[in-house]
Design a binder for this molecule. Structure first.
Ligand code: COI
Length: 358
């Protein structure tokens, strides 16, 4: 791997109109440029470049179309009130990208080059970072297997790309509005020894059927149980999950089938810093229901880059409906949302050193 690769820049001569900040939604608009890095066995990862955002030309036999060798990441750039641009813990995303590479037999990428690519692309697209409250520039790095071949084995050619999307809230355009969650006890997302702990595209494809079912029943998202016994809480798919019970915080421990969320890790550190006990452990859904029945389940919330802190207003498990905090945003979820977004938007002291100025 050549550590000193120069990123070429080809400027687009057709700049797009920026979208209306009031109706950004999530992942609908894309900026003028994208980053590309190619891999082959002879040159390794090579030819880093920022080029106009445009469709790709790939062979219909590119391996990603057939066997799904693909991984991705998600992080955000935030505009501060005084006009600075901040990234939030990009080193963690880059570490996880390379962990996903390893599990999916994709050659790792020099972390310094990935960071430089993110920083340069965000600099080029600085004007695309929205500055309305609750908005940001979502950064989507991803890798696909491009080798034209139909045998099942790791590809020998790949593309690493980064695209950017100005976004608002992930769920129905509103931040901090409680979501309704359906506890899925028939279909599973991941199994021990599988790939649930890495950010590979197939995990998301596998979640769609149950997600569709949940939506038909009037729910926003699915809460997955473990793939072996269908008993223990795992994650929501677009976020990790937390429970506040009797003043203490519980979240499923990373067991090899749960994604290690960066917001999850940040929340754990913040809550510990506040002196509130945090337990990372195996959590049976039945115990959550019992805590609910006993009046001890105070709040439930999800955490994720896209979802930020997302309060849960209702959990449906079999015939049981758990209405949480009168389906309103709880104080604890609100405080976490404010603390974490204040750090991300440079409004509060960053005592953990999480932000990186671009
Ligand atoms: C993120 O939070 O960045 C994610 O990757 C979740 C995604 C499914 C929107």
């Amino acid at each position: 791997m050549n550590m000193n690769q120069v990123i070429e820049f080809i400027k687009s001569d057709r700049l797009k109109e920026k979208p209306d900040l009031e109706s950004l939604g999530f992942g609908k608009h894309f900026t003028d440029h994208m980053f590309i890095l190619d891999y082959n066995k002879v040159q390794g990862w090579h030819s880093p470049r920022i080029v106009p955002f445009e469709p790709l030309v790939l062979s219909p036999s590119a391996m990603v179309f057939h066997y799904g060798q693909a991984i991705f990441e998600g992080l955000k750039a935030y505009k501060t009130n005084d006009g600075r641009t901040l990234l939030f813990r990009p080193d963690k995303n880059i570490e996880r990208l390379n962990r996903s590479c390893e599990r999916m037999c994709i050659p790792p990428i020099d972390p310094d080059l990935v960071l430089e690519a993110i920083v340069r692309l965000v600099e080029v697209e600085r004007d695309w970072i929205p500055n309305k409250e609750g908005t940001s520039l979502y950064i989507r790095p991803f890798i696909i297997a491009t080798e034209p071949y139909l045998g099942v084995r790791p590809a020998s050619e790949y593309k690493f790309m980064i695209i950017l999307s100005p976004v608002g809230a992930y769920y129905s355009g509103r931040q901090l509005v409680p979501v309704k969650i359906y506890v899925e006890d028939e279909y599973v997302r991941a199994v021990p020894g599988g790939v649930g702990h890495v950010k590979t595209s197939g995990n998301y494809a596998a979640s769609l059927y149950a997600q569709k079912k949940a939506e038909e029943l009037g729910y926003d998202q699915v809460l997955w149980l473990d793939g072996k016994e269908n008993k223990y809480v795992e994650e929501v798919g677009s976020m990790n999950i937390f429970f506040k019970i009797n003043g203490e915080v519980y979240t499923p421990k990373l067991n090899g089938s749960i994604l290690s969320g960066i917001t999850r890790d940040s929340v754990i550190q913040l809550v510990k810093d506040w002196g509130v006990p945090v337990h990372e452990e195996r959590i049976a859904i039945e115990d959550i229901f019992n805590a609910y029945k006993n009046g001890e389940l105070e709040e439930v919330f999800g955490t994720g880059t896209a979802a930020v802190i997302s309060p849960v207003g209702e959990l449906k498990w079999n015939e049981h409906k758990m209405l949480l905090n009168n389906s309103e945003t709880g104080e604890f979820s609100k405080k976490l949302y404010e603390t974490i977004t204040n750090i991300q938007y440079g409004k509060a002291e960053d005592k953990f050193g999480w932000t990186k100025e671009v």
